[in-house]
Design a protein around this ligand. Structure first.
Ligand SMILES: *Cc1c(COP(=O)(O)O)cnc(C)c1O
Length: 377
């Protein structure tokens, strides 16, 4: 079946007791067993719940994976992945990752002696140089955040395979609608489903998709043992959101392309970061490994003293962290999503105080441009 059909029907199972057309919310913690060693597939909702199971089948299907898992947040999903490693293991991580990922690695898992080295992962030689005897995985986000550096997933997967490392890809920005890292050679793909997959700023969730059965068993064990699982209500909201992923992504991207071009010609704007622009260094690679460029972009204003003034003028764009929902949001990475990065790293990456990130919603693009124009003037 084609993706647009799967987006509507993935994860479904015929409900033989009622014929319900959508997946019901199984608001239940435990399940009556037939005997001590037989049940109807569920025994306790930490280990498995029918509404969550539908999300898990769904994400596996649309990522082209064999196995899917759902968690209470994107970082709960990432923590679960990290907990499949052992104390003493080392990771190489692309240096423009989500700020919360940086914090999780550098302030939590480092205490368990899981260490990370952050590198510019667009340069494979830099990754190769950091590989140590105890290196076990390479973790990347592509396109990166908030400067949209694009990393060649397929090329990197060759390096990780040669060195027996796992390649973990955060696919939150492009979603399975535009990019499928497993088909490009990644071992584990994860999402903050709080963003585009949910799509309506009303649910916090994380998902993982995997093909390897050994790896899937390891994730399954930690999911059950640690229990940061997605609850039934949130599973339902996520399923409901994901059905419209395709039409939302098309609209987000259409608006983003138009706004990127408009900002690129704006006299008050110094630079626009969006892989859909031909001038973006990752443009050609993006076209090769993904089917779209996404709906988020950043731009640097010429006069950074004006930033508070600009932010105060928006009527439609809301000043908020997060991204990927139907409404347009604006944020300042240096002070918000990436505030946990040390100032030196921010400077090295180019996350300046004058950098504004916008998540383009699916409102009418003329209204969005007018809102930006009023704010910038
Ligand atoms: C938001 C986000 C996360 C973290 O996910 P939560 O659902 O907030 O825990 C991870 N990666 C990226 C790219 C994100 O945008």
């Amino acid at each position: 079946m084609k993706l647009k059909t799967r987006l509507i029907h993935a994860g479904e199972e015929e409900d033989s007791s009622t014929g319900a057309v959508t997946v019901p919310i199984y608001q239940v913690s435990t399940f009556k067993q037939e005997t001590v060693d037989s049940n109807k597939g569920y025994d306790y909702s930490r280990a498995g719940n029918p509404t969550r199971a539908a999300v898990e089948r769904y994400i596996a299907n649309i990522e082209g994976a064999k196995y899917g898992y759902a968690f209470s947040s994107g970082l709960a999903a990432l923590s679960t992945i990290l907990m499949t490693f052992n104390a003493g293991d080392h990771f190489i991580v692309s240096n423009d990752v989500y700020g919360g990922t940086f914090r999780l690695l550098n302030q939590v898992f480092n205490r368990l002696n899981l260490t990370s080295t952050f590198v510019d992962a667009t340069d494979q030689d830099k990754i190769r140089k950091e590989i140590r005897p105890n290196t076990k995985a390479v973790f990347i986000e592509t396109p990166g955040n908030p400067l949209f550096k694009v990393i060649d997933i397929n090329k990197l997967s060759k390096l990780t395979k040669e060195n027996n490392l796992r390649l973990i890809v955060d696919n939150t920005f492009l979603t399975p609608y535009w990019q499928n890292p497993l088909s490009l050679g990644a071992d584990i793909v994860f999402h903050s489903a709080t963003k585009y997959l949910g799509g309506h700023s009303d649910v916090l969730a994380g998902v993982i998709a995997i093909n390897d059965s050994q790896l899937a068993e390891e994730i399954n064990l930690v999911q059950k043992a640690v229990g940061a699982v997605l609850g039934p209500q949130d599973s339902y909201l996520l399923l409901r959101g994901m059905k419209t992923l395709g039409i939302r992504m098309e609209e987000h991207e259409k608006n983003a392309r138009e706004i990127a071009k408009w900002l690129d010609n704006h006299p008050k704007v110094k630079k626009v970061y969006y892989p859909g622009l031909k001038t973006h260094p990752g443009h050609e690679l993006s076209k090769k490994q993904a089917r779209g460029f996404g709906g988020i972009l950043s731009f640097e204003i010429k006069d950074k003293e004006r930033i508070d003034d600009i932010l105060s003028r928006f009527k439609i764009f809301k000043l908020a962290v997060s991204l990927g929902a139907v409404e347009s949001l604006v944020s300042v990475p240096a002070k918000m999503t990436h505030a946990t990065l040390p100032k030196e790293l921010q400077d090295e990456l180019g996350i300046s105080d004058g950098l504004i990130r916008i998540s383009i919603g699916i409102e009418d693009v003329e209204d969005l441009i007018e809102d930006l124009e009023v704010a910038l003037q």
